[in-house]
Design a protein around this ligand. Structure first.
Ligand code: SAH
Ligand code: SF4
Ligand code: F3S
Length: 471
């Protein structure tokens, strides 16, 4: 084991992936170098998530695996950061007293000081701040891949979705200044980045706090610009030379405005891909969830988005078994899912999170009912993904190479503009980050197969939108 080496394990969402890249950057500036596994690393950092109960279980499982390593070699440093650390600070120190440092979601920049304190402490050094001191993007970063970067445009969330623990862990929404985002993006491009993903818990409400605080040009404050700050940001980033692909996640359906769809259409570097979380198809359940749109509005948005942006691919998040969900409510989720024809979906079983309002709702759904609904929904979303992929067969797609396929080294893997995963036979000289055209020859629910071709990219294949919307 080498003392100045580190290994980071990341749980949870893209915010955490981004935070881990920052943590790696901070450690590298302190002289640490990456280790291949937790066993050989001098410092192990677990960047935790608390969104569902199994995230908690995973962390405590991982900690019990690290305990004998720490007992065998007390000079090993174990750090627990992120959302679960924010939630469980005291429990963590009590359950795993061999941990050296516990830090929350707002104080990663303090890592060097916390590590120094841990050197002379016998109990875990715990520091949890209630508010963000500094945007994580101001810290150095070690990117996992050279050509892609996460760019955080806002942190926190002002919504009160009844199931969700995120606002209590990440605090109220705070947007970064437009100019700071654009200058970070320019620096990233100068450093070899060609693709960025803009991050925010509620990415399309970007800038409302800046407008409220009067920190924007007058034409945005008085509405005369006729464009939201988020749409403006997409246009500004579209003008950054050398930046080829822009994605963003996660928008909230209630905050979608037509100018954002128009920007997605008009800015060629904004990809034809949208993550639009439905959560539930029943209006009664949406209301209980405190999600302020209803299924009609959601389907209208899907139709408007597909009408405006040719070939758009839409992914979603859906929860089954929210308290009070009846068979009829669940059927509504299946119906809306079928009508929206999502190109892909992340499906979750409702998980009780202490401190959220859903915990106190009546009629929690029995586990076996939840399990059975989850399977039915997964069958439907898998069929929709397979249908969406089957429509790509015979087309030529613009693909950015990610690297060798994880399961077959005779193949490369890449992503289409729609963020579809494609595998294709290795071509000499095509490295990670390169753009190429791939003729799609075959499709499965979760990936496409193809071959590199000289043929021109095919116009995007439309996914049929909801038949009844936008009457
Ligand atoms: N800010 C993002 C969501 C972050 S959490 C957004 O609003 O889109 C990612 C997803 O996890 C959510 O969209 C939801 O589908 C799921 N999720 C959140 N809390 C959950 C819970 N208590 N049980 C099950 N799934 C949950
Ligand atoms: Fe959670 Fe809702 Fe905020 Fe997303 S919008 S982070 S689901 S409270
Ligand atoms: Fe998990 Fe925190 Fe993200 S709870 S989903 S890592 S914001």
């Amino acid at each position: 084991m080498s003392a100045r080496t580190y290994f980071i394990r990341t749980y949870g969402c893209q915010m955490n992936e981004h935070d881990s890249e920052r943590a790696a950057g901070v450690l590298e500036t302190m002289g640490y170098r990456p280790a291949p596994d937790p066993e050989s690393a001098g410092l192990v950092l677990l960047n935790t998530c608390a969104i569902r109960e199994n995230a908690d279980n995973k962390l405590y499982g991982q900690l019990s695996h690290l305990k004998p390593l720490k007992l065998a070699d007390p000079s090993k440093t174990i750090v627990v950061g992120g959302c679960l650390a924010q939630k469980d600070q005291d429990k963590l120190a009590e359950k795993a007293p061999y941990v050296d440092v516990v830090y929350g979601t707002h104080n990663m920049g303090r890592l060097p000081e916390l590590l120094a304190q841990a050197d002379s402490a016998s109990l875990p050094v715990v520091e949890i701040l209630e508010h963000t001191q500094m945007f994580p993007s101001a810290l150095p970063s070690m990117r996992e891949v050279r050509h892609h970067a996460w760019v955080s445009i806002s942190i926190g969330c002002d919504n009160t979705c009844a199931f969700c623990i995120v606002p209590s862990l990440r605090g109220p929404e705070k947007s970064r200044k437009l100019g700071d985002i654009v200058s970070e993006t320019r620096e990233l491009v100068a450093d070899g980045v060609t693709e960025i993903t803009l991050l925010g818990q509620n990415v399309n409400s970007y800038g409302r706090d800046l407008v409220r605080a009067g920190e924007v040009p007058a034409e945005f404050a008085d509405g005369s610009r006729n464009r939201t700050l988020f749409a403006e940001l997409l246009h500004m980033l579209g003008d950054v030379d050398g930046l080829d692909r822009i994605r963003f996640t996660s928008p909230h359906p209630k905050d979608f405005t037509s100018d954002v769809f128009a920007a997605m259409r008009d800015v060629p570097t904004v990809m034809e891909q949208l993550h639009l979380p439905l959560q539930a198809g029943s209006d009664r359940i949406l209301k209980l969830m405190q999600r302020s749109y209803r299924s009609r509005r959601f389907l209208d948005l899907v139709a408007e988005a597909r009408d405006t942006i040719p070939g758009l691919a839409i992914s979603t998040d859906i929860i089954v078994g929210f308290p009070g969900e009846t068979e009829a409510d669940f059927q509504a989720t299946l119906d809306v899912t079928e009508q929206a024809r999502f190109d892909s979906a992340f499906t979750f079983k409702y998980s009780k999170r202490p401190g959220t309002t859903a915990v106190d709702l009546p009629d929690h759904v029995e586990q076996h009912v939840m399990d059975e609904r989850f399977i039915r929904l997964a069958e439907l979303t898998k069929r929709l993904s397979a249908e969406s992929h089957a429509r790509q067969v015979g087309t030529v797609q613009e693909v950015v190479v990610e690297g060798p396929s994880k399961t077959d080294d005779t193949r490369l893997s890449g992503r289409t503009r729609h963020n579809r995963l494609v595998h294709f036979p290795v071509v000499e000289g095509l490295a990670s980050g390169a753009t190429t055209n791939v003729a799609v020859t075959d499709a499965a629910a979760h990936y496409l197969l193809g071959e590199v071709t000289d043929a021109a990219v095919t116009p995007a294949v439309p996914t049929p939108g909801p038949a009844t919307a936008l009457a």
